[in-house]
Design a protein around this ligand. Structure first.
Ligand code: GRF
Length: 215
């Protein structure tokens, strides 16, 4: 990275709410989003990138015979941009071990739950069904374990009585949009890195659930 701004490539599949938050924060958070890649040609996030003058490309997973073929094409497309960091933002493909290993320590994901609770999908409804009193989002380094990489930070909210999964999801999203740019700025400034499989911040190993952030 040197004295250049941290160059970030963002991977999306859908609306791009997290992408928008990352774009909006980039100028004063010390990183530059150089390119956006979507596996979904119809992702509204592509429109967001266009409106902000950020280049984008589509790598439609349906055009590839196997997951491995898609992953290697994706790896090449990312490497072509020469990023310091790859950020998954609503990217709904499970990445295989090769590409994950290739970007080990420079690939982040945000997951809408307080990991290690509720990996996978439909987290908001599952949290409500379980009767938990709190919920939130987790930013973590991506490893081969799905939603299982070392946690970096969590944004936590308490669940309101009788709220629906839709309402809960919207409130978690607000937390995500605050959390993700903050974590990316820590990586961009060199404060945050992955060392021997552990998330390290300012030289100290982070707790298993990551830093608890009440933004
Ligand atoms: C968000 O809930 C995020 O936690 C998850 O994907 C969902 C949609 O993201 N990773 P976006 O609106 O496409 O940014």
């Amino acid at each position: 990275m040197g004295n250049q701004q941290c160059c970030v490539v963002v991977l999306i599949s859908g609306n791009g709410n997290n992408l928008q938050a990352l774009i909006d924060a980039s100028s004063h958070f010390g990183y530059t989003i150089s390119h956006v890649i979507s596996n979904n040609p119809g992702a509204f996030g592509l429109e967001r990138a266009k409106r902000c003058g950020i280049s984008s490309s589509v790598l439609n997973h349906r055009d590839f015979g196997t997951r491995g073929d898609f992953d290697s094409a994706l790896q090449q497309a990312i490497e072509n941009q020469g990023p310091d960091l790859v950020v998954l933002a609503g990217f709904m493909r499970i990445l295989g071990p090769e590409i994950v290993k290739n970007f080990s320590g420079r690939m982040l994901n945000i997951h809408p739950s307080l990991l290690p609770k509720y990996p996978g999908i439909n987290t908001h409804q599952r949290v409500l069904d379980s009767g938990d009193h709190e919920h939130g989002a987790t930013v973590h380094f991506v490893t081969e374990a799905l939603d299982g990489g070392p946690s970096i930070a969590q944004g936590r909210i308490s669940i309101n009585a009788n709220e629906t999964a839709q309402e809960l999801s919207a409130r978690v999203l607000v937390r995500e949009q605050q959390l993700y740019p903050t974590v990316v700025s820590w990586f961009a400034s060199g404060r945050l890195y992955l060392q021997r499989g552990q998330a390290v911040m300012d030289g100290a190993k982070l707790p298993r659930e990551g830093l608890q952030i009440n933004l």
